[in-house]
Design a protein around this ligand. Structure first.
Ligand code: FE2
Length: 221
C-alpha cells in the first residue's frame, strides 16, 4: 500500500500551508481571510476523506491480523476530526466577526493549526513505520489494488483542479510516475483524464513532457 505515502506527503504540504498562513496573515484583511478559508476547506476535505477511507476501507484489511494495533490509530483519527471540526467552526466564523472577536479566534486558530500538523505528523509516521508495513505483510497485491481502485475511484474530480497540481508539486519525477502508473492501473479513465488535465500545473513543461515519454498511455486518455 505504498500509494498512501504520497497522500500523506500531500497532506503534510497542505497542513504546513494552513499553519504558515494562519500564523503570518492579517486577520482584518478580507482577502487573506478568504484565502485561509479556501486553503482550510481543501485540507478539511482531503484529510477528512483520507481518515474516513482508512477507517472504512484500509484498516479492516489489517484488523483480523493485528486486532490490538488498529484502535490506537482510530483514536488518533478521532482527535484529528475534533481539531478539524473546531478549526472549521473558527475559520468559518471569521467572516461575520468584529476585529476584537477575530483577534481572539486568531490565537485559537494558530494553536489548532500547529497542533493538527504536529499530531498528524506523528500519526502518519506511526502508520508508515508500523501499520502499513504490517498491512503489506498480511495482504496480497491483488487485495491492495482492489482497495486502491475503490479509493481512487471515489476521489471527487471537482477537487482535482486544486489537488492534482498540489500533489504533483510535492513529488519528484520518479514518484509522480509511480503515482500516475497506479492511477492508470485502477482509476476510472474518465476521472484520470481530469486529473491529467490539471497535473501539469504542478511541474515545469519539460517535466510533464518527460513524464509523457515515460508513460505514452497518458496521451491516449
Ligand atoms: Fe491515518
Amino acid at each position: 500500500m505504498d500509494g498512501v505515502r504520497f497522500i500523506h506527503r500531500t497532506l503534510r504540504g497542505m497542513m504546513n500551508g494552513v499553519e504558515q498562513a494562519s500564523a503570518n496573515m492579517d486577520y482584518s484583511n478580507e482577502q487573506q481571510v478568504g484565502a485561509l478559508t479556501g486553503q482550510f476547506q481543501g485540507l478539511n476535505f482531503v484529510l477528512g476523506t483520507h481518515i474516513h477511507d482508512e477507517d472504512v476501507l484500509i484498516f479492516p484489511l489489517i484488523e483480523k491480523h493485528a486486532p490490538d494495533l488498529v484502535p490506537n490509530y482510530h483514536a488518533d483519527h478521532e482527535h484529528d476530526r475534533e481539531v478539524l471540526n473546531r478549526l472549521n467552526t473558527l475559520i468559518g466564523g471569521l467572516a461575520t466577526q468584529s476585529p476584537a472577536e477575530r483577534a481572539v479566534a486568531a490565537e485559537q486558530i494558530q494553536r489548532d493549526a500547529v497542533a493538527l500538523h504536529a499530531t498528524s505528523e506523528l500519526h502518519m509516521q506511526k502508520e508508515e513505520q508500523i501499520l502499513y508495513p504490517r498491512l503489506n505483510k498480511h495482504t496480497s497485491d491483488e487485495e491492495q489494488w482492489k482497495v486502491l481502485g475503490v479509493l481512487y475511484g471515489k476521489l471527487p474530480t471537482q477537487m482535482f483542479p486544486m489537488a492534482a497540481p498540489g500533489m504533483m508539486k510535492v513529488l519528484n519525477q520518479d514518484e509522480r510516475e509511480e503515482q500516475l502508473r497506479a492511477f492508470l492501473k485502477v482509476m476510472p479513465a474518465a476521472n484520470l483524464k481530469v486529473f491529467v488535465e490539471h497535473a501539469p500545473k504542478g511541474m515545469t513543461p519539460a517535466e510533464w513532457q518527460e513524464l509523457n515519454r515515460r508513460m505514452p498511455a497518458l496521451a491516449k486518455l
